[in-house]
Design a protein around this ligand. Structure first.
Ligand SMILES: CC(=O)N[C@H]1[C@@H](OP(=O)(O)OP(=O)(O)OC[C@H]2O[C@@H](n3ccc(=O)[nH]c3=O)[C@H](O)[C@@H]2O)O[C@H](CO)[C@@H](O)[C@@H]1O
Length: 367
């Protein structure tokens, strides 16, 4: 498949950086937050043709797309196909890097990182990889020795990357989070001032199983005067099945900084992006890791937050509606406990992570 580009490349004497970030909000938002801090760089993007980057990137940067898929555990015909596709995509990225005269690559991991790292390495170009999860993904573990530096979101990730140059920077959050911290803006949602508020978020794609549990619990919460903002994701067929004056359901919401800051309690999956945002906004949380995430990596993330006292952790298979309903009621009636959790969240925050990562890029990738 040929390399596709959505906008013309620019030519200039500024350093040129190829950003390889693709798939989910968890990969894209930290990358966008970082490059916002690199105004002196010419940025172009590498992604795939059918994921979130096609919505988030083209307005701001040229997006080049290639066809790559995930890596399978077992060897077989499928993996041979993936391998030959990988070789093809390495060649495409090599050509892009050479023709575009890029000085280096910045990637947030995942399957797009493999051809990007290998192509850059074959041309002797520096790569900086950011890994937001506590348990680094496979591509990060395999290819981190080829990167000039691996910036990590959790200090404990370093133990899984013994042959990499790791630097702990946390995970960058969008600039909306930093401005919300500086001065809180009114929310564009009709929630009365002072009403207790639960926000439910299932990562950038929503979480159908969590949504179902929340809808079962919600009537008891409404009776207790609690409001619920439910970010359902786009793919929940029952997303519109509950209606109540204290209930707002949205497939996706843009002002995450505002809503998380306003929440008394957040019920969430345990993707690294959302966890970082919860820390920055000091929002106490109940975490329900996505049970089918690669190598159960969300449980590793969630455990770090639970052990710090910032969140309660429940595995989806042990969490009944009764248990969730009563935990939430207990927490919302225990302001001291919520206060301690919020404080513990704040201690996990690295608010200037984007700046730290941008500094690292500027030190290692220049003309
Ligand atoms: C299912 C899965 O494997 N998810 C992974 C994916 O992130 P995934 O995108 O699923 O989840 P994350 O929590 O990392 O990020 C979600 C992002 O979407 C934003 N958001 C969400 C809902 C909404 O309505 N509006 C909105 O803006 C959140 O604020 C956050 O910035 O990559 C992350 C980084 O490798 C991993 O930690 C996650 O485990």
């Amino acid at each position: 498949m040929p390399l596709a580009t959505t906008a013309g490349s620019s030519t200039s004497s500024r350093p040129k950086l190829l950003v390889a970030a693709s798939g989910t909000g968890g990969h894209l938002f930290p990358a966008l937050a970082t490059v916002e801090q690199l105004p002196d760089y010419d940025i172009e993007w590498l992604g795939v043709p059918d994921r979130l980057e096609t919505q988030l990137v083209p307005d701001r940067y040229s997006l080049h797309t290639i066809a790559v898929t995930g890596f399978q555990q077992r060897l077989g015909l499928g993996s041979l196909k993936i391998f030959s596709r990988l070789v093809g995509s390495i060649l495409q990225v090599r050509q892009l890097l050479r023709q575009g005269q890029f000085q280096g690559v910045f990637t947030t991991g995942g399957y797009i990182a493999a051809p990007a790292i290998l192509a850059a390495r074959s041309l002797g170009l520096p790569v900086i990889l950011h890994e937001s999860n506590l348990l680094p993904g496979k591509v990060t573990r395999w290819l981190s020795p080829f990167c000039r530096a691996v910036a990590i979101g959790f200090t404990d990730s370093a133990q899984y990357l013994p042959r990499a140059q790791t630097v702990h920077v946390g995970t960058p959050v969008r600039s909306q989070f930093r401005s919300a911290l500086a001065e809180s803006q009114p929310l564009n949602l009709p929630i009365p001032d002072g009403a207790p508020l639960i926000v439910v978020v299932g990562g950038s794609q929503g979480a159908v199983a969590v949504n179902r549990l929340v809808r079962q619990c919600a009537p008891a919460w409404f009776d207790a005067g609690i409001w619920v903002v439910h970010l359902t994701g786009e793919s929940d067929p029952e997303a519109k099945s509950l209606s109540h004056p204290q209930y707002l359901s949205l497939p996706f919401y843009g002002d995450m900084a505002g809503i998380l800051q306003r929440a008394n309690l957040v019920i969430s999956r345990a993707g690294a992006g959302t966890l970082t945002e919860l820390a920055v906004t000091q929002s106490p949380a109940i975490l329900i890791p996505y049970p089918y995430a690669a190598e159960d990596h969300q449980t590793y993330n969630a455990k770090a937050f639970a052990q710090a006292g910032a969140a309660l952790l429940f595995q989806q298979n042990e969490l009944t509606a009764d248990l969730l309903q009563s935990k939430v009621l207990y927490l919302l009636q225990s302001p001291d406990v919520l206060g301690q959790m919020a404080e513990a969240m704040g201690k996990l925050a690295i608010v200037d992570s984007a700046e730290q990562l941008a500094d690292l890029i500027q030190t290692l990738i220049k003309i």
